[in-house]
Ligand binder design. Structure first.
Ligand code: ATP
Ligand code: MG
Length: 497
C-alpha cells in the first residue's frame, strides 16, 4: 500500500503562484485552483457526498469542470466521466452501471436531461449557489490503490466498459510520460481534447503532478488552436490524426515557434504522408499508443526515430512491459499477434464486470484486443483491432492497411473499410471514402491507385463515396457502423472493383 499526499494540495503548497491553467483569457494559479476546489468540495459535501461515493460528470471542458474534478478528489469520492455525445439512454445505462449518486452537468444541458435521468442532478450554476458545509473532512492523503476515476471506453468495438483508474494509475502514467518526453520549466500543454476522455484527463493530472500550466480549449477548432500555438508559448499539444490534418492546413508553409517541442499524436495510426509533411515542416511528432485501460500513453516514438521507424508507435515507456501473443505463445519478431501490456498505469479492471476483467487481465498482463508486431529492436507496429479483422478466402485482411492506401490518394480526406458477407469468400472488404472539398475522384481511378499498392484480394470489392463517416466523440471511425451507410436498392453509388 503506497500513500501519497493529496495531489493538488501538495502542488499548491510546493508552487502556489505558478500558473495552473488558462481558458478564455482567465488564469488560475495552483493555490487558487486548490482554494476553489476546497470551496466546491464543501458545497458538494452539503449534498451528502462523502468518501467512497460515486459521482458522475457530464460536462464539456471548462474551469468549472476542472474545479469539480479536484473537489471530488478532496472528498475522496470516485469520479465517473461520461462522454458528452452519449444519448440520454446510453448515459442512463452508464449512471446505473457505475451506481452514481449524483450527476453534475453544464447549466446549458439541463432541461432535456432532468426529465429522463432518475438520479439527483446538479448543474454547475446550482452547485456554485449551494452553501458550503464547514465541517467536512477533506482528504489529506491518497492510497495509490484506490479508484480515483471511472471512464468508459470509447465503445469503438462494442459496448463501452467502465475502466477503473486508480490514483496510482494516474501517477505512474504522468511519470512514464515525463520520463519519456522530459519536463521543462516553461512547459505549457494545450488541452483541446475532451477531459471526459483519458487523453484530456491525463493532461490535467500531469499538470498537477508536474506543476505545469495547461491552456484549455472547450473543443478543438483548428484555427483557434493554431493561433494559440503560434502566439501563446505552448510547448506540447495532444492531437489525433484528424486534428493534425487541420493544424497542417492552418500552418501552410509556415513553422511553429522554436519553443513548441512536442506534437503528441495518438488514438490511431498516422498516415505516412502526414509524417513526411511534418518532417518537412520540422514539426516534432511523437506518435503514441495507449488506451483508457492504460491511463493514456504506454508506447511512444520520439521524433528522432519517426522516419527511421516509419509507422511504428515506438517502444513501451520506462515503467511498462509489452509482448505480442499468438496462440498462447509469445510471438517472434515481425509475427502479428495480440498486443499485451503490463505496468503500474494499467487498470486493475472494469467496474462491475468481473467477466470482462478476467478475460482481459491475466497475471497482471492486459490483453488489449489490438493486433500488432515488434521489429527486432522492440519497436511496436500496431496493425489493427482484432475484432475488425476481415478473413477473406482464408487470408487475413487488416482494414487499417487498406484505409491507409486509400488515404494516400491526394484528393481523399477520410476512408473507412469493413468486411461484408460474401458467399464465395466468406467476407470481402468494402470501402467508404470522403473526397476533399472542391476535388473529384473517379472510382475507377481510385481502384487503379489501390491495385498499384495492394494485393488483389485486399482491394475493396465495392466503394462508396460518402459525405462523412460514422465516428464517436473521440473522432474515431466506427467501422462496425459503416454497413449502415450502404445505399438503399436502386441507388447507383457503388462500383464493383
Ligand atoms: P472500446 O474499447 O470500447 O472498443 P476504444 O478502444 O476505442 O473503445 P479507447 O480506450 O479510447 O477506446 O481507445 C484505445 C484504442 O485506440 C486502442 O486500443 C487502439 O485500438 C487505438 N489506438 C490508440 N493508439 C493507437 C495507435 N498509435 N495506433 C493504432 N491504434 C491506436
Ligand atoms: Mg478498447
Amino acid at each position: 500500500m503506497t500513500i501519497l499526499p493529496n495531489f493538488l494540495k501538495k502542488r499548491a503548497f510546493l508552487t502556489p503562484d505558478r500558473m495552473a491553467l488558462e481558458m478564455n483569457n482567465k488564469c488560475l494559479t495552483f493555490a487558487q485552483l486548490y482554494k476553489q476546489s476546497v470551496i466546491f468540495a464543501r458545497k458538494l459535501a452539503s449534498t451528502g457526498i462523502k468518501k467512497g461515493d460515486t459521482v458522475s460528470i457530464f460536462m464539456s471542458n471548462s474551469i468549472e469542470l476542472v474545479t469539480i474534478i479536484f473537489a471530488l478528489k478532496n472528498l475522496g469520492a470516485i469520479t465517473v466521466l461520461h462522454n458528452l455525445r452519449l444519448t440520454t439512454k446510453e448515459l442512463s445505462f452508464q449512471l446505473e452501471d457505475a451506481g452514481s449518486q449524483l450527476l453534475l452537468i453544464d447549466h446549458c444541458s439541463e432541461n432535456s436531461l432532468r426529465q429522463q435521468v432518475n438520479i439527483p442532478i446538479l448543474s454547475n450554476l446550482e452547485l456554485a449557489n449551494l452553501k458550503e458545509m464547514e465541517l467536512c473532512e477533506l482528504l489529506e492523503e491518497v492510497n495509490l490503490n484506490d479508484t480515483d476515476t471511472i471512464m468508459y471506453t470509447s465503445g469503438t468495438t462494442g459496448f463501452p466498459k467502465g475502466v477503473k483508474q486508480t490514483y496510482g494509475n494516474h501517477f505512474w502514467s504522468a511519470t512514464g510520460s515525463a520520463l519519456n518526453m522530459g519536463l521543462h520549466q516553461e512547459d505549457c500543454w494545450l488541452l483541446a481534447v475532451p477531459i471526459f476522455h483519458i487523453s484530456g484527463l491525463s493532461i490535467l493530472m500531469r499538470s498537477v503532478i508536474y506543476g505545469m500550466k495547461i491552456l484549455i480549449h472547450k473543443r478543438f477548432d483548428a484555427a483557434t488552436v493554431h493561433q494559440d500555438l503560434m502566439t501563446k508559448e505552448v510547448t506540447i499539444i495532444s492531437v489525433v490524426t484528424a486534428m493534425l490534418n487541420g493544424l497542417l492546413a492552418e500552418l501552410g508553409s509556415g513553422t511553429y515557434p522554436p519553443s513548441f517541442r512536442c506534437m503528441l499524436v495518438g488514438g490511431g495510426t498516422v498516415p505516412k504522408s502526414i509524417l513526411s509533411e511534418c518532417k518537412s515542416k520540422n514539426i516534432p511528432v511523437y506518435q503514441t499508443y495507449g488506451m483508457t485501460e492504460t491511463c493514456s500513453q504506454i508506447v511512444t516514438l520520439s521524433p528522432d526515430s519517426a522516419l527511421l521507424k516509419l509507422g511504428s508507435a515506438g517502444k513501451p515507456l520506462y515503467p511498462n512491459q509489452l509482448k505480442i501473443m499468438k496462440e498462447k505463445q509469445e510471438a517472434s519478431s515481425y509475427e502479428i499477434g495480440e498486443i499485451v501490456v503490463k505496468g503500474p498505469n494499467v487498470t486493475p479492471g472494469y467496474f462491475n464486470r468481473t467477466d470482462a476483467t478476467l478475460a482481459a487481465i491475466q497475471d497482471g498482463w492486459l490483453y488489449t484486443g489490438d493486433l500488432g508486431y515488434l521489429d527486432e529492436e522492440g519497436f511496436l507496429y500496431v496493425v489493427d483491432r482484432r475484432s475488425d479483422l476481415i478473413i477473406s478466402g482464408g487470408e487475413n485482411i487488416y482494414p487499417a492497411e487498406i484505409e491507409a492506401a486509400i488515404l494516400s490518394h491526394p484528393f481523399i480526406e477520410e476512408a473507412g473499410v469493413t468486411g461484408m458477407m460474401d458467399e464465395k469468400w466468406g467476407q470481402v472488404p468494402i470501402g467508404f471514402f470522403v473526397i476533399k472539398q472542391g476535388k473529384t475522384v473517379e472510382k475507377e481511378q481510385l481502384i487503379e491507385h489501390l491495385h498499384e499498392q495492394l494485393a488483389k484480394y485486399k482491394v475493396p470489392k465495392q466503394f462508396y463515396s460518402v459525405s462523412s463517416l460514422p465516428k464517436n466523440a473521440s473522432n474515431k471511425l466506427l467501422r462496425r457502423k459503416l454497413l449502415d451507410f450502404l445505399p438503399k436498392e436502386g441507388d447507383d453509388e457503388h462500383t464493383e472493383s
